[in-house]
Design a protein around this ligand. Structure first.
Ligand SMILES: [Zn+2]
Ligand SMILES: [Zn+2]
Length: 264
């Protein structure tokens, strides 16, 4: 089986990827037979209140260094398509900044929800929201934010990890089953479908293949695959399993080996 492109990889240019290494990630992709990788580095403009009260902003992306590293990888790995990109947090809250960034030219722009609004001017990272809000409400609030993200006409093509809050589900809240939130997921997926954007199947943690069926039933036509790797060993992790699941749900590689898989 031909593996899909990995459309969501972080390198040393992402602030939360101390083990990131663009060159080694490319080498890993070549070794696995992945046709392309997109280095989608974090751009986080929402100020997070951390536990303890400190407010933290994601550090700016070193675009000059990043571009030089992309060029180096394109030279060193001629058989691999190396795409530039960003993963932009809450694009619907920072539309002007996103537009200015996108104008500088990227192959792949991912739109993500990572934050929860707690008060008028207070935001926390979704993983930290569990300390303040009931667990089920964190998930429902997240999916409602995905609807607002999708319904806003900002410049990004792929909606990432809609199952993100489930990554951080606390043990103290009991067993977590994605099926408990099926209705809310379907509403969010319908919004992504309306927006004409591509849905990402994120393979970093548990593979929620239920999303493929719900996406298909929402009329979704295109899916991207993203390992969300923060170190080279995690590039394309679980991709064979994800590709089989996508096939089973009627998705097939599209005409562009670097592009999304399409509904057959
Ligand atoms: Zn993310
Ligand atoms: Zn990511």
């Amino acid at each position: 089986m031909t593996l899909p492109a990995d459309g969501h990889v972080h390198s040393q240019f992402s602030w939360d990827a101390p083990g990131g290494d663009m060159v080694r990630s490319c080498a890993r992709a070549v070794e696995l037979g992945v046709p392309a990788v997109a280095f989608t580095e974090h751009v986080d403009l929402t100020p997070w209140t951390m536990p303890g009260g400190r407010v933290r902003l994601g550090p700016p992306l070193d675009l000059t260094g990043y571009r030089a590293a992309i060029d180096e990888c394109r030279d060193r790995f001629p058989t691999l398509r190396v795409l530039s990109g960003v993963e932009f947090s809450e694009p619907h809250w920072h539309a002007a900044e996103l537009r200015a960034l996108v104008a500088q030219g990227f192959d792949r722009v991912l739109g993500s929800v990572h934050s929860r609004r707690i008060g008028p001017d207070r935001y926390v990272e979704v993983g930290h929201a569990y300390g303040e809000v009931a667990a089920a409400e964190v998930v429902r609030g997240y999916l409602a934010e995905v609807v607002r993200l999708a319904d806003t006409g900002t410049d990004f093509e792929v909606v990432t990890h809609v199952d993100y809050p489930l990554r951080h589900w606390p043990d103290t809240a009991g067993r977590c089953d994605i099926g408990d939130f099926e209705e809310e997921f379907r509403v969010a997926l319908a919004a992504v479908r309306r927006s004409g954007r591509v849905l990402e199947l994120n393979t970093r943690r548990l593979l929620h293949t239920q999303l493929l069926g719900w996406w298909r039933e929402a009329g979704g036509r295109a899916i991207a695959f993203g390992s969300d790797a923060h170190d080279p060993d995690a590039v394309a992790r679980q991709f064979r399993l994800a590709a089989y699941a996508a096939e089973a749900h009627g998705f097939r590689p599209g005409p562009d080996p670097v592009g999304p898989w399409l509904r057959a």
